[in-house]
Design a protein around this ligand. Structure first.
Ligand code: FAD
Length: 398
C-alpha cells in the first residue's frame, strides 16, 4: 500500500471542491483532490446560479430561510469568490459575463427562460423576452435540442438545419474545433441570408474554444450569436468543469481521478488519512486537514437507506428531514421534497456539528438545507462555500 502526505485533501471534484482546492493551492499549500468521477457541473447549463429567489441575488440570499448555510458566508466572501471565479475562467479563455448586482435570463432548449447570475460569454446575447427576432440553427439528428418548442414561444423566430456529419453534442462540438469545419459552417450560414437580429445555436460551438468560435461567427455575420444550453450531456457544463480542473492543476494541485474514498484512518480527534480505491489496491492519502465536497445524492455524497440517510465517506451525522413519509411531496415535480434539505449541518467555520474530529470541513451541495434547485443557488453556492471552507481550513492548519 502506498502512503502519500499532503497539507489538505479534498474529496470530490465538483465546483465546490475545485474552488476550495485552487484557493488553498494558491496559498502555497500542498493539496490533493481525490474523486470518484465527474461532478454534477457536467450535467448543468454551465451558468452560475447564485440565488434565483430575487432579481438581486444578494437580496435573494438575505431572504433564504434562517437555517440556510448561505448565511454562514459573508457578502464580502461571496463577492470575492465570484470575482475570483470570473478571473479564473477568463484566464482559461472561457470568460463569464454578469455580476452580483442583477440576475439575468437565459433561453433554454425548450424555449423557457432560466434565471441565473453569471453566464458563459457565449450566452451573453441570449434574449430577455419572447419578442426578440431570432433565427435558430439546429443540427441534423441532434436529439438534445428542440427548436420547435422554442419557436412556439417566440413570435419572431425561424430555424434551419445544418448537417454536421455527426449528431451528438460532443461529436459536433469536437468538429467545431476544426478550422475547416468552422469555415464550411460559416459559409453555409452566410448563404442562408437570414434577416433576424440574432442567431441562436445549441451549445455545441467547440469543446473548449467556444468564446473564440462565437466571436468569429459574429464577425462574419455582423450580428450577435448566442448558445442555448442543451439538456445533459452539456458542453457548457463540461467546459466549466474542465476550466476549474485545469486551473487547479496549474496552481500545483494534484488530482486522483477515479479513486472513490472507501475508508478513513483516525487517531483521537484527528482524521489521519483517507483510503482510496484504485485499480484494485487501496492507497492511503495522509493530510493535516480534509475538505468534504462530495455533493448531495446526485454527486454521491449522500445515500438514502430505508429509514435514514448516510454520509458515505466519514459517516458524519446527517440532518434527516423527518420520517421517510416526509421526504417526498405528492407532486413529483414539486420543488418542496423534504429530502432536498438533507445534508451535513455545519458551524460558522464549516466544521460539521456534533462531529468527533476537529480537522474536517464541508462545502457545496452536501450541506444541509441547501436545496440548490429550489433556491436557484447551485454553482454560486458551491463557489462561495468552497472558498469559505478553504479559508477556515487554512486558519486551522496554520
Ligand atoms: C441536472 C442538474 C443540473 C444543474 N444545473 C445547474 C445550473 O445550470 N447552474 C447551477 O448553478 N447549478 C446547477 N445545478 C446544481 C449544481 O450542479 C450543484 O449544486 C453544484 O455544482 C454542486 O457542486 P458540489 O461540488 O457540491 O458537488 P458535485 O458536483 O455533486 O460533486 C461531487 C463530487 O464528489 C465526488 N464523490 C462523491 N462521492 C465520493 C467518494 N466516496 N469518493 C471520492 N469522490 C466522491 C463525485 O464523483 C463528484 O466529483 C444542477 C444540478 C443538477 C443535478
Amino acid at each position: 500500500m502506498s502512503v502519500i502526505e499532503y497539507d489538505v485533501i479534498i474529496i470530490g471534484a465538483g465546483v465546490a471542491g475545485l474552488t476550495a482546492g485552487a484557493w488553498l493551492s494558491g496559498q502555497g499549500l500542498k493539496v490533493a483532490l481525490v474523486t470518484a468521477g465527474e461532478p454534477t457541473a457536467c450535467l448543468s447549463t454551465g451558468c452560475i446560479d447564485v440565488c434565483a429567489k430575487s432579481d438581486d441575488p444578494l437580496q435573494g440570499i438575505a431572504h433564504l430561510p434562517n437555517d440556510h448555510p448561505f448565511h454562514l458566508v459573508s457578502s464580502g466572501t461571496i463577492r470575492q469568490a465570484l470575482d475570483d471565479f470570473q478571473q479564473i475562467m477568463a484566464a482559461m479563455d472561457m470568460p463569464y459575463t454578469g455580476g452580483l448586482e442583477n440576475n439575468r435570463r437565459v433561453l433554454s432548449a425548450i424555449g423557457t427562460f432560466k434565471t441565473t447570475c453569471l453566464t458563459p460569454v457565449t450566452m451573453q446575447a441570449s434574449p430577455q423576452n419572447g419578442n426578440e427576432r431570432i433565427h435558430i440553427i439546429t443540427f441534423a439528428g441532434l436529439k438534445d435540442f428542440y427548436p420547435g418548442y422554442i419557436i412556439s414561444r417566440f413570435k419572431n423566430a425561424s430555424f434551419s438545419t445544418y448537417d454536421a456529419g455527426v449528431s451528438t453534442t460532443m461529436g459536433i462540438a469536437a468538429n467545431f474545433e476544426d478550422d475547416a469545419f468552422l469555415e464550411a459552417f460559416i459559409l453555409w450560414l452566410e448563404k442562408q441570408h437570414n434577416r433576424e437580429d440574432k442567431i441562436a445555436v445549441p451549445a455545441v460551438l467547440g469543446l473548449e474554444s467556444a468564446a473564440a468560435i462565437i466571436k468569429q461567427i459574429e464577425y462574419r455575420l455582423e450580428r450577435p450569436v448566442f448558445e442555448i444550453p442543451t439538456i445533459p450531456p452539456s458542453m457548457p457544463g463540461r467546459r466549466l468543469f474542465n476550466g476549474l480542473k485545469d486551473h487547479f492543476r496549474r496552481k500545483g494541485g494534484m488530482i486522483y481521478w477515479g479513486w472513490p474514498v472507501v475508508g478513513v484512518e483516525k487517531t483521537g480527534r484527528q482524521i489521519e488519512a483517507v483510503m482510496a480505491q484504485s485499480q484494485g489496491r487501496p492507497n492511503s492519502l495522509n493530510a493535516r486537514a480534509f475538505i468534504l465536497a462530495t455533493g448531495s445524492f446526485v454527486g454521491g455524497g449522500l445515500e438514502a437507506k430505508r429509514d435514514t440517510i448516510v454520509e458515505k465517506v466519514f459517516h458524519l451525522p446527517v440532518f434527516v428531514p423527518g420520517e421517510r413519509e416526509a421526504w417526498f411531496d405528492q407532486d413529483y415535480f414539486s420543488m418542496n421534497h423534504g429530502i432536498g434539505r438533507a445534508g451535513i449541518a455545519v458551524d460558522s467555520s464549516f466544521r460539521p456539528t456534533d462531529c468527533l474530529w476537529d480537522n474536517i470541513f464541508v462545502c457545496g451541495a452536501i450541506l444541509a438545507h441547501t436545496e440548490a434547485l429550489k433556491n436557484g443557488c447551485g454553482h454560486g453556492f458551491a463557489i462561495a462555500t468552497g472558498q469559505a471552507a478553504a479559508k477556515s481550513c487554512l486558519e486551522h492548519i496554520q
